[in-house]
Design a protein around this ligand. Structure first.
Ligand code: 4AD
Ligand code: MG
Length: 465
């Protein structure tokens, strides 16, 4: 059978193929049942959450059927017919079955259904073969595609910012070092410090925590750009919302002020969620049924509601007056915890909130300073169940102010001269934000642990697969 003649199960179940056609399908057996005359195989090929039922005559195909168990990979040729069974419109009556690979039942880990998500994390190499992870990873793909489409349709250019970077000054988090030194033989200067001039790049280097700074260079030339790449943070945050390697989407727009930035973030999120509702319905239905009865409803509600916009100062006031017993006490100047963010979103406003104008002491050096001398034009988008999903700001475009702020924070100018030069040569008001891709996926899929929305999660003490 030629591969190009194979039909995907999505196409077969979609009604586009005439009944009575001779078809060929390939996929993995999810279940096998039947009696001494006839066998029923439920086959999944990953194209859609639903299985295709294969009906096979035991007498005719017994040689192959004997070897087929849950997890086996097979190729089937046969006739597409209306199904008399429940739960499927069509089925295939097999003329021939070829076994590509068996899956011995005594050792195949997915032989039985109903494993916990924790157990499935330990078999990340096989979990894509479950309904749950099939659904999650198809939605992940759809969201990635929608992100590129959204920006492309609106005149943004995709800019590939570096993964290995020499600057370690963004302050977004602890960094992983990149070196070609042999770790038990690191050259040192006479003063005992590491001699990076002998290292691969002739200087210290790290994995990026964000593509923003380079993204800004792009925006100052191309107008509107976005990055979509992996970012790395070596913090020991063992929470259901943190990964050490996560993907981030960072648009950066020349001439946008903070309110344009907020409009843009809100429109972007609504577009993506609407896209999921329109294009991932069978996977969302499955996840709603299995994990989170309110999922679809929550997605609709976010698309329909206008996000609340208020300042950090107003937000803190609401929290202080709430009478809630928070684990972390609230007061002006604190970095809000997810319990605070979720109180505002889930209890107080019951819709997404964009919080702006944070104290400058808790935000990055590059954010535009307000005239009050205390706050910066930051904006965080806070979502139900998630807390912070987007962080962004208008950028400081004044050369002197930026340079002064860097000095105050002891950010070495020798590492950041190139960034400062954008303010020296043809500076312009500009803004941008970063969407955590896996945080978006947590929201869209209703999963509750970020390790379950990325194929191979990297977290402290976990990088096996
Ligand atoms: O708020 P963050 O740290 O912002 C930046 O990195 C800016 N440079 C973005 C910009 O303005 N271009 O991160 C942005 C988003 C967060 O809102 C969150 O959704 C996600 O990235 N995020 C993480 N997601 C998973 N694991 C982590 N450890 C994350 N840290 C941040
Ligand atoms: Mg943030």
């Amino acid at each position: 059978m030629k591969e190009r003649e194979r039909l995907r199960i999505k196409e077969l179940l979609g009604g586009g193929v005439a009944e009575g056609s001779d078809v060929s399908v390939k996929g993995w057996v999810r279940t096998k049942r039947g009696n001494k005359n006839v066998a029923f195989l439920a086959v999944n090929d990953g194209s859609i959450i639903h299985n295709l039922q294969i009906v096979a005559d035991v007498e005719k195909l017994d040689n192959e059927l004997k070897k087929i168990t849950t997890g086996s990979c097979i190729a089937v040729s046969g006739k597409l017919v209306t199904s008399s069974g429940q739960g499927q419109s069509v089925e295939v009556h097999a003329d021939s079955i070829e076994l590509y690979g068996a899956a011995p039942p005594d050792s195949y880990p997915l032989q039985k259904k109903g494993h916990t998500l924790e157990f499935l994390r330990e078999i990340a190499h096989l979990r894509p073969r479950t309904n749950t992870f099939g659904a999650v990873f198809r939605i992940r793909h759809a969201m990635a595609f929608a992100i590129h489409k959204y920006f492309n349709d609106r005149g943004f250019y995709c800019l590939h910012t570096p993964i290995i970077t020499g600057s370690d000054a963004e302050g977004a988090g602890a960094m992983f070092h990149v070196t070609a030194f042999e770790l038990d033989r690191i050259p040192r200067n006479s003063d005992g410090n590491v001699d990076y001039t002998q290292d691969f790049f002739g200087r210290s280097a790290n994995l990026t925590v964000s593509g923003q700074l380079e993204g800004e260079l792009g925006a100052m030339a191309l107008g509107k750009i976005y990055t979509f790449g992996p970012t790395f943070r070596a913090e020991n945050s063992n929470t259901p919302r943190h990964l050490s390697e996560f993907w981030m989407i960072e648009p950066e727009m020349a001439f946008y002020e903070i309110s344009d930035n907020m409009d843009s973030a809100e429109d972007f999120l609504k577009y993506l969620i609407r896209y999921a509702l329109e294009n991932c319905s069978s996977d969302l239905e499955f996840l709603t049924q299995m994990y989170d009865r309110e999922l679809t409803e929550r997605l609709h509600s976010v698309v329909e509601k206008e996000f609340v916009r208020l300042t950090y100062t107003e937000g803190v006031k609401i929290l202080e007056q709430s009478g809630q017993p928070f684990e972390f006490p609230v007061g002006w100047g604190i970095d809000l915890q997810s319990e605070h963010e979720r109180y505002l979103v889930e209890k107080h406003f019951r819709k997404p909130v964009i919080l702006t104008d944070y104290p400058r002491e808790i935000k990055a050096f590059y954010m535009k300073q307000n005239d009050d001398g205390k706050t910066v034009r930051a904006m965080d988008v806070l979502f139900p169940k998630i807390g912070e999903i987007i962080g962004g700001s208008q950028r400081e475009d004044d050369y002197v102010k930026l340079k002064t702020r860097m000095k105050e924070l002891s950010i070495p100018e020798k590492d950041m001269w190139w960034y400062l030069e954008t303010r020296k040569f043809g500076t312009a008001p500009h803004s941008g934000f970063g969407l955590g891709f896996e945080r978006l996926l947590l929201f869209v899929t209703g999963m509750t642990n970020i390790r379950d929305v990325i194929p191979f999660p990297r977290t402290p003490k976990n990088a096996e697969f």
